[in-house]
Design a protein around this ligand. Sequence first.
Ligand SMILES: [Zn+2]
Length: 80
Amino acid sequence: MAVCPWCVQVFTPSGRGRPPRYCSPRCRKAQFQRERTLKRQVERYRDLAANNLGPFRDYWTEKAAEAADDLAAVQLAARQ
Ligand SMILES: [Zn+2]
């Protein structure tokens, strides 16, 4: 029995070899894309924070921190 880190569904890995972490290729792909999107968001927001002044800098810094938190959560879930 295993739990898919993307859809949190319990599934029984079939076959031999290394057990799959995801219940389906669809979930594996979704997880990968979510990570990639969040990584890009963090970069983009940090960029915006660096290139803006005053209240906008704080806003983008906060957005970057939020995206970084989300990314860390997604990565942690994927590694358990
Ligand atoms: Zn799944």
